[in-house]
Design a protein around this ligand. Structure first.
Ligand SMILES: *Cc1c(COP(=O)(O)O)cnc(C)c1O
Length: 355
């Protein structure tokens, strides 16, 4: 730390993204990216737009929001496009949480939430998931806090039915309930269709997982027009141009090719079922996932040891140090060929450990 770094941030602990190693080609199952490339028209659209990079991008993302409105069945003014959903989360925490509306989220969930809360000096409570990692909606009823629900949750992959989300929304009318749906396209129910019914509902989404655009950085928020206007107040106070031209064009093309991406999601769900069965056959406990990853543990090898052994065999998975989950691995669902390599490597590792 330099001697110029302000006291305000001296104790800030930043988020640690999943590793993106450059030393060799890994079977990369650690950051929940899509194993499938963007569709051809997405690449064409981005390339064509690159010829206009001397001009500022549209800060309102007019074309992209019009397309979003069409695909998601909402009005354009109910949509905000952001630089990844991480930016949406930051704007939402700034707009809707403070000392008077402290945050509440699960103890086992997306690691960015406490970091963004700390960055903005917002107090937060971590509500423990149940023993089986299920989120009990009863823990969130009438708690008078700005609530973040990750649905499906990461890294567990477990999801809540919309009826539970609605109970939480109804019992906290004076606070925003932010539903982070980064993984919703892999089998869970989206709360987007509730935004006209609950004025305290804000849904966060991303093109990073189901729409193969992690590197383009494109996320969004959907809520009522007033909430979106509040978020825009903060956005235009920070940086109006967070979406670049190529990303905006890629986003429109990705929504036009929605069928391609939804078909990829179905492929990933089928591969997830295969992977789950294989891991169970090897003695793993696997949580029932509605996301593009599985969360699994073995009685025969710890999470840290499995992570290291897999990495030595060229397969990267995500391991967390947190004590409640340190025996688990979060494994992204890749292509069938990648998952076959993973399963063969695990079989190898368990056999070696047994001798
Ligand atoms: C990946 C992820 C995000 C953010 O993704 P972006 O790439 O910033 O859009 C948000 N929430 C959860 C739970 C995630 O797993």
């Amino acid at each position: 730390m330099s001697r110029y770094f302000t006291q305000r941030f001296a104790s800030l602990v930043p988020y640690v993204p999943g590793e993106q190693p450059r030393d060799m080609q890994y079977v990369k199952l650690n950051t929940n990216e899509s194993p499938f490339p963007p569709s051809a028209s997405v690449m064409q659209a981005a390339e064509a737009e690159s010829r206009k990079l001397q001009l500022y991008s549209d800060p309102e993302c007019t074309d992209l929001r019009a397309k979003m409105a069409e695909v998601f069945g909402v009005q354009p003014q109910q949509v905000l496009m952001t630089n990844g959903s991480d930016e949406l989360l930051n704007l939402a925490f700034m707009a809707f949480a403070d000392e008077a509306h402290p945050l509440a989220f699960a103890d086992i969930t997306y690691g960015f939430y406490p970091v963004i809360a700390d960055l903005n000096h917002i107090p937060y409570t971590e509500i423990p998931l149940r023993e089986d990692f299920r989120l009990d909606p009863a823990d969130y009823l009438g708690i008078d806090r700005t609530i973040v629900i990750t649905n499906p949750n990461a890294p567990t992959g477990l999801s809540l039915p919309l009826s539970d989300i609605e109970r939480i929304l109804r019992s906290n009318p004076d606070n925003i309930v932010l539903v982070d749906e980064a993984y919703v396209d892999f089998g869970a129910e989206s709360a987007v269709r509730l935004v006209d019914r609950y004025e305290n509902l804000l849904v966060a989404g991303t093109f990073s997982k189901s729409r193969s655009l992690a590197g383009a950085r494109l996320g969004f928020g959907i809520g009522n027009a007033q909430l979106i206007a509040d978020l825009n107040t903060i956005k235009y106070a920070m940086n109006p141009y967070t979406i670049n031209r190529m990303t905006a064009a890629a986003g429109v093309a990705a929504l036009t090719d929605n069928d391609y991406y939804m078909a990829n999601c179905r492929t990933i769900m089928a591969t997830r079922a295969w992977t789950t069965a294989q891991l169970k056959a090897l003695g793993f406990t696997v949580l029932p996932s509605q996301a593009n990853f599985v969360f699994a543990r073995s009685d025969r090898i710890g999470g840290a040891a499995l992570y290291r052994s897999l990495k030595a065999r060229g397969v990267l998975v995500r391991h967390f140090d947190k004590s409640r989950i340190c025996d688990y691995s979060r494994i992204t669902i890749g292509t069938m060929a990648q998952m076959q390599i993973l399963i063969a490597a695990i079989r190898d590792i368990l056999e070696e450990a047994a001798v």
